[in-house]
Design a protein around this ligand. Structure first.
Ligand SMILES: Cc1cc2nc3c(=O)[nH]c(=O)nc-3n(C[C@H](O)[C@H](O)[C@H](O)COP(=O)(O)OP(=O)(O)OC[C@H]3O[C@@H](n4cnc5c(N)ncnc54)[C@H](O)[C@@H]3O)c2cc1C
Length: 315
């Protein structure tokens, strides 16, 4: 089988690489940063699919099928978490309600002030510091190699493999010359808060309280077109104040770690083939914005199908 080269080792690159490897393709990863230094490390990272439709829904559904069994795998960093997702407007029953183990509409008197609807549900949540390490170990123990190198252009590697999978996140703006890609700055905080048993998510004002395998993750912020990746104490103070309004015990938590990252924004995910040369195709797989974990396995499955199609045409 021919080699496949995956660019990037965030959650999108690692998932794509593992899926190609599992299908029998010798797969290499080439990346500027190793997993702990990627945007993927800063994520929540909840499987979160309420607003999705079309292709996004298909990819999220495929990812859910992968994540649910992983909640049973010790050391994967994926757990099943009960949380409340609330909305400022009446919201139809989530399309996935019968695909997760538990999903129930919250009675109106039990909604937080100002909220009009909400669901109590059990969904998979990922602790990236554990999960990315788990994916990397799986990849390497099956013979995969990871080279750290910064590419200036995809042409540099056009003769290294018949298929290149471009999972460079916000880096695709430069690497693929795609001006539709832009950063959406994010910041989160991991705290010790064992008293928090139930997660909370309100996307409107971005209040995230996510209990997960490595602590409770608090967030957040979304600042489009902002390339700054420093940890801003003012941003942290603002989201802490909002979280403490929901859970007063979070007013002055014990901070374990803070993260920042640039979500790869784009008007839509780019998952398509582009010919670099007669013998080399690049499969672009970037632009997953705020839902890269939610989409990762579904996109990895589509990457495999596109790679098989392209390699078939080379015979
Ligand atoms: C604060 C925050 C909270 C989030 N919460 C959630 C959540 O709850 N649920 C969810 O589903 N998603 C969430 N996300 C979104 C998710 O984290 C992203 O969609 C996802 O991490 C994108 O993954 P990626 O692999 O495309 O990008 P990245 O993780 O950025 O990886 C890109 C890779 O490409 C490499 N690269 C880039 N340019 C080059 C180059 N020129 N040469 C070589 N290598 C290169 C980088 O080194 C890196 O390895 C959140 C994001 C943030 C920031």
């Amino acid at each position: 089988m021919p080699d496949i080269l995956v660019i990037g080792s965030g959650v999108i690159g690692l998932s794509a690489a593992l899926n190609l490897q599992a299908a029998g393709y010798p797969t290499r990863i080439l990346t500027r940063d190793l997993p702990p230094s990627t945007t993927s490390m800063a994520a929540g990272a909840l499987w979160s699919a309420t607003q999705l439709d079309g292709k996004l829904r298909t990819w999220a559904e495929a990812s859910l099928r992968r994540y649910l069994p992983l909640t049973e795998v010790a050391g994967s960093g994926v757990t099943l978490q009960r949380f409340r997702e609330v909305y400022a407007e009446p919201t139809p029953t989530p399309w996935y309600h019968d695909q997760i183990p538990f999903c129930k509409r919250i009675d109106e008197p039990d909604l937080p002030r100002g909220m009009r609807d909400g669901y109590l549900m059990d969904a998979p949540i990922v602790a990236p510091p554990i999960y990315l390490d788990y994916l990397q170990s799986q990849f390497e123990s099956a013979g995969g190699t990871i080279e750290t190198r910064r590419l200036q252009s995809l042409d540099e590697v056009a003769d290294e493999a018949p298929v290149i999978v471009n999972c460079s996140g916000v880096g695709a703006r430069e690497l693929a010359g795609d001006e539709a890609v832009y950063p959406i700055r994010g910041q989160t905080m991991l705290v010790t808060a064992p008293q928090i048993r139930e997660g909370f998510m309100y996307s409107g004002d971005i209040i995230h309280i996510f209990p997960r395998a490595d602590g409770v993750l608090l967030g957040g912020v979304k600042k489009a077109h902002d390339w700054d990746q420093t940890i801003d104490p003012a941003i942290a103070a603002a989201f802490l104040e909002k979280c403490a309004r929901v859970e007063p015990s979070l007013a002055a938590p014990k901070i374990l770690r803070q993260f920042s990252g640039l979500r790869p924004g784009r008007h839509e995910v780019r998952l398509e083939v582009e010919k670099l040369s007669p013998s080399c195709a690049v499969i672009h797989n970037y632009g997953h914005a705020a839902i890269g974990y939610t989409l990762s396995w579904g996109c990895a499955e589509e990457v495999l199908a596109l790679a098989q199609e392209h390699l078939g045409t080379l015979k």
